[in-house]
Design a protein around this ligand. Structure first.
Ligand code: FES
Length: 103
């Protein structure tokens, strides 16, 4: 685990959407969940190479744009084929208007 890293302002991620950020060598997806929580996961699909933030966010899941595997955003759990490996999830905290992630 690294130190906390500021990855965005709250206003950079509209509720119900996500953005991709780079933290060191890692591609990280930052999600603003409906209801207001923020979550962070690996942005690279566990199946092949695709950025999950280019997919579809719905009902607490992110669907990969390449072969449509779905992952639970809060747990990283792979919910459908062809992905059979979970993705990492990272702690998120809000400080004022800033979104911080610990990768
Ligand atoms: S690359 Fe994501 S499902 Fe294949």
């Amino acid at each position: 685990m690294t130190d906390w890293v500021r990855v965005a302002a709250k206003g950079d991620v509209a509720e119900g959407t996500c953005i991709g950020v780079r933290v060191g060598e890692k591609e990280v997806a930052v999600f603003h969940m409906p209801g207001g929580d923020f979550c962070a996961t690996d942005n690279v699909c566990s199946h092949e190479y695709a950025l999950l933030t280019e997919g579809w966010m719905e009902n607490g899941c992110i669907e990969c744009p390449l072969h449509a595997a779905q992952f639970d955003i809060r747990t990283g759990k792979a919910l459908s084929a062809p992905a059979d490996e979970d993705i990492a999830v990272y702690p998120v905290k809000i400080e004022g208007e800033d979104v911080l992630v610990q990768v």
